[in-house]
Design a protein around this ligand. Structure first.
Ligand code: HEM
Length: 212
């Protein structure tokens, strides 16, 4: 996430999230909890592709939010946490918590546990995204905490992979969302790899420059 949040960007991200939820619920006729889960995944995808893009494209002096994609990560992260909480509340409202996470219950319980850890972590990151808390923590501790966004990503990966590929809830086997989400995961991993290689080349080049 980024360290600066603006009300206008919050409104835009909020409307964008609600619009996607409405499309999924009313146009695609997907249940509420699943619609929220899918939109959560899209928000997380956006947060995670911004990271490597930031590394590939150095920040410009332009103040336009559209020219600075990294300036959206805080808002996306906070909306991710809010949507995640609502997804969880809807699920718990329809099924007791003790049925969701049961030891010895196989993949369902494990998938829910992964989702719960991701949610708790996302809430922690959202709470630490407010100006005063950032200045209390200091930028380096805040940055370190937020580098764990990738942990949330892999937890969520395990969570949805179970429901789409290893469970028989709904139809048998994955639907369009399952394949789209896997493609999105591959895009994130490839972008991450490209950003690491780019950073390495950049470092090697700069090191060579210093040698007389
Ligand atoms: C921020 C954390 C979370 C994210 C990003 C997330 C995301 C998702 C996604 C993408 C799906 C799959 C939808 C599909 O198959 O098309 C899903 C389904 C599901 N999630 Fe989560 N989830 C999170 C937290 C949780 C938590 C904490 C629980 C409960 C402990 C939970 C329980 C479920 C259940 C039971 C389903 C299957 C039923 C349904 O589609 O509504 N999730 N979630």
């Amino acid at each position: 996430m980024d360290a600066k949040n603006t009300p206008i960007q919050h409104i835009i991200v909020g409307i964008f999230s609600l619009l996607l939820i409405a499309i999924s619920r009313f146009l695609l006729e997907t249940p509420w909890s699943t619609s929220l889960g899918r939109v959560l995944f899209i928000l997380l995808f956006l947060i995670l592709i911004i990271g490597p893009i930031m590394r590939l494209k150095k920040p410009t002096k332009s103040s336009s939010p559209l020219a600075t994609p990294w300036s959206w990560r805080g808002e996306l992260g906070i909306w991710f946490a809010i949507t995640g909480l609502v997804h969880f509340i809807i699920i718990v409202a329809n099924r007791p918590f003790s049925n969701l996470i049961k030891i010895g219950d196989g993949g369902f319980g494990l998938a829910n546990l992964l989702g719960l850890i991701a949610l708790v972590w996302a809430l922690l990151l959202a709470i630490t995204s407010f100006g005063k808390i950032i200045s209390f923590l200091g930028l380096s501790l805040w940055k370190w905490l937020h580098s764990f966004t990738y942990v949330i990503f892999y937890l969520v990966f395990g969570h949805f992979i179970y429901f789409q590929f290893f469970s028989t809830y709904g139809k048998l086997g994955p639907d369009w969302f399952g394949y789209t989400a896997v493609t999105m995961v591959i895009i994130v991993v490839i972008l991450q790899l490209i950003a690491v290689i780019y950073s390495l080349i950049y470092r090697i080049k700069n090191k060579n420059k210093k040698i007389p």
